[in-house]
Design a protein around this ligand. Structure first.
Ligand SMILES: *Cc1c(COP(=O)(O)O)cnc(C)c1O
Length: 457
């Protein structure tokens, strides 16, 4: 074992050929999604009008632990995978910890985040099924950028609804999407009924992922040969992201270590699940003791303060109802810079694992995340995405807590993306104009109460 080695890579032929489907190994399977009108349990076929068929089948697959990565998708993965696993020696030194901290660096992908791992898969399945157009929503623009590129790779036209506040705050992501050839519309827009409804009630609405999803789904079901694709939350998205954890597992082995703690920032659960699930299979199947920590923003705390409850995935209530930890689909998160974490609910698999006690969650204030991001940037040289800063902050807190207990833990976190297009956020932090925000309990209670009323109807 060479303890001085800093970065671990896999050979091309060692890049995983299958994704890991944790649903097969879960002792309690996620509850089924419900039809929003009839409240009846849904099947894969019910999703075919909206999603690619293969993605719909993967969504409901609770039996196959391993699912083949299509050859063409693997070929595209090779453009940037394996991504490095890095021992963060300099970060360890900066915080003076005895713990060993590793990060899986997904920021090296062409679009700068992990989102491309699922975008390529979904675009591929759409093309295989003869789909010509794809539509989606995007917050900070990471998912929109990933999908725009993936659509181009597989010859599809992409239409992206971008949450208006991000459209204005992050003009360069918009430019990136357009560079790949996508059509980008700020949401809420007047181009859909869902968008019009929001704008009529509130002309200055900043938009939310929930609203943008309503708009994209509406476009998909009303346009021939058009499918909707989603960048997080759903089971098949987390499935595609397991390429992260499967690589990390082999790379940790090369480093001669095994993580005691696995950490990911948390929007809907895809980078966290992608890194954690392959390790968690050893917990589920062999009883291995590892802690899994999702790091979410204090301003959007669905896992730490939300309720486990059937809820819609979008604002207008067009999507299936999913069993998840939620703040209520009416929840309008504050305008934090980690746009990718501003979502009201958690994915179904994660929600069930959380409920069954297999994982933990922490919520972190925005200024603390940037403090951690700055420390990381100064030590390791990489400027992390505001979302990823949540994982870094959680990793630092875990290391410090272990030091206090006199323990030397091995901590692994996902660096889900870089922050080079998020420098406005860093500027605000540096000029002292970022403020912490705690969601008032009444707001959460009110949203959940409204939701329970809707469900009763
Ligand atoms: C979208 C995004 C996230 C959050 O989404 P998950 O599905 O929870 O992973 C985190 N980090 C970055 C860089 C993102 O773009």
């Amino acid at each position: 074992m060479n303890t001085k080695q800093k970065r671990f890579f896999l050979q091309e032929e060692e890049i995983p050929t299958q994704w890991y489907n944790i649903q097969a190994d879960m002792p309690t399977k996620p509850l089924p999604p419900l039809n929003p009108q009839t409240k009846e349990p849904m099947t894969a076929e019910d999703l075919f009008p909206v999603f690619a068929k293969e993605c719909s089948r993967q969504e409901f697959n609770t039996t196959d632990a391993w699912i083949e990565i299509p050859e063409e998708v693997r070929e595209k993965y090779k453009n940037y995978r394996s991504t490095p696993l890095v021992r963060a020696y300099d970060l360890e030194k900066a915080i003076g910890t005895k713990c060993h901290i590793y990060f899986k660096n997904e920021s090296v992908s062409p679009i700068g985040s992990h989102k491309i791992n699922s975008a390529l898969a979904q675009a591929y399945y759409c093309r295989e099924e003869g789909v010509t157009n794809v539509t989606t929503e995007t917050g900070a623009g990471q998912w929109g950028a990933a999908l725009s590129y993936a659509a181009k790779v597989f010859g599809l036209e992409a239409a992206v609804y971008q949450v208006k506040i991000s459209y204005e705050q992050k003009p360069y992501r918009r430019s990136i999407m357009r560079t790949y050839g996508a059509q980008v519309t700020p949401s809420p827009s007047m181009s859909t009924r869902a968008g019009k409804d929001v704008l009529t009630a509130d002309p200055f609405n900043n938009g939310s992922l929930g609203t943008a999803i309503s708009e994209a789904v509406e476009l998909a079901v009303s346009t021939p040969n058009c499918k909707y694709v989603l960048g997080s939350v759903l089971n098949h998205v987390a499935l595609h992201q397991t390429v992260i954890g499967l690589e990390a597992e082999k790379q940790m082995e090369m480093a001669g270590e095994y993580p005691d703690v696995v950490i990911g920032c948390f929007g809907g659960g895809s980078n966290f699940g992608g890194l954690a699930f392959p390790f968690m299979r050893h917990t589920l199947c062999e009883g291995k003791k590892t802690r899994y920590i999702a790091a979410e923003p204090a301003s959007c705390p669905k896992l730490t303060r939300g309720k486990f409850q059937y809820d819609f995935g979008d604002l207008a209530g067009l999507t299936p109802m999913l069993p998840m930890y939620t703040l209520g689909h009416n929840f309008m998160p504050s305008n934090i810079h980690a746009g990718g974490l501003r979502y009201h609910g958690a994915g179904m698999i994660i929600s069930q694992l959380m409920r069954d006690g297999y994982m933990e969650a922490v919520d972190i204030q925005e200024t603390e995340t940037f403090r951690a991001g700055m420390l990381f940037a100064k030590a390791e040289g990489i400027i992390p995405a505001p979302e990823s800063c949540h994982a870094i902050a959680a990793a630092i807190n875990e290391a410090k807590a272990a030091d206090e207990r006199g323990e030397e833990k091995v901590i692994l976190f996902c660096l889900s993306g870089h922050g080079l297009i998020d420098m406005t956020a860093y500027d605000q932090y540096l000029s002292g104009s970022l403020h912490d925000y705690e969601v008032p309990q009444e707001e959460i209670d009110r949203n959940i109460a409204e939701l329970e009323e809707i469900i009763k109807e």
